[in-house]
Design a protein around this ligand. Structure first.
Ligand code: NAP
Length: 242
């Protein structure tokens, strides 16, 4: 029997577009209480308004995931507003058109690692102590198939995604005795705004076969609804025809 998400508090970091936005919408429609965070206030406001039209209330809060203090404040605001955090979804991510080693600067390397990996650590660090005290929590990270299989997504992106796998698995080993689960989700191509950051956007015939953000959100929802005794440490989700 899947566990109900009603009365569960879900913090989604990276909820203003793409996969994170779909995750926020689907959790909210399942009855979870959602705090949606990212940097773009206008996008978060639009998400809140869209769900309000369905009589669903969510919290929104802007925060830059590359700032450890901002992640601490976000966790505190969420707890102040909703009392606890049951599930953290880290769906924040970026890449760069200057991804090839011939073009990659140290500044861009730092930016990609900062958003994709350091932010995941900062957000985790901010929510973990209270989860440990409550002996319960679920940390779900959106990594990428690029964290498992070598490709042309760039050294910084692949290093960051492999790093996320390490982060998630290490935490699972340390924290499972505290009832804390981790899941690192590795999607293949998804048709979202991050593709604008490729040197060349995938052609329409490839995009037609790509996953949609909602597909990844469905997979995350499945993981979140498993009973506390069951964990999915790692999951791949791929477009069938790519
Ligand atoms: N699309 C794909 O093909 C694909 C495949 C595998 C994995 N992924 C991964 O899926 C995750 C979500 O990406 P997406 O495809 O949904 O792309 P997206 O639509 O561009 O979403 C990226 C999200 O990250 C947020 N973000 C970026 N920098 C941030 C920062 N400094 N602080 C807080 N939030 C920040 C963005 O919000 P703001 O700009 O408003 O801050 C946005 O909500 C990423 O980790 C990506 O690597 C994507």
């Amino acid at each position: 029997m899947p566990v109900t998400l009603k009365n569960q508090i879900v913090l989604v970091v990276g909820a203003s577009s793409g996969i994170g936005r779909s995750i926020a919408v689907q959790f909210a429609r399942e009855g979870a209480t959602v705090m949606a965070s990212a940097r773009r206030q206008d996008r978060l406001q639009a998400l809140q308004n869209e769900l309000a039209e369905e009589n669903i209330e969510i919290g929104i809060s802007t925060a830059d995931a590359t700032n450890a203090a901002a992640m601490e404040e976000l966790a505190s605001r969420t707890v102040e507003q909703f009392e606890k955090i049951d599930i953290l979804v880290y769906a924040t991510g970026t890449n760069t058109p200057d991804r090839a080693m011939t073009r990659l600067s140290t500044k861009t390397w730092d930016e990609v690692i900062g958003v994709n990996l350091n932010g995941a650590y900062y957000a985790t660090r901010a929510v973990l102590p209270a989860m440990r005290e409550r002996k319960s929590g679920h940390l779900i990270y959106i990594a990428s198939i690029s964290g498992l299989v070598p490709d042309i997504s760039g050294a910084a992106y692949q290093a960051s995604k492999r790093g996320m796998l390490g982060l998630a698995h290490a935490i699972r080993v340390e924290e499972k005795e505290n009832g804390i689960r981790t899941c690192v989700v590795c999607p293949g191509l998804v048709d979202t705004e991050i593709l604008e950051k490729r040197p060349v956007k995938p052609p329409p015939e490839m995009l037609a076969k790509a996953l949609q953000a909602d597909d990844v959100a469905e997979a995350v929802l499945f993981v979140a609804k498993l009973p506390p005794r069951a964990a999915v440490p790692e999951m791949q989700i791929m477009p069938t025809m790519l």
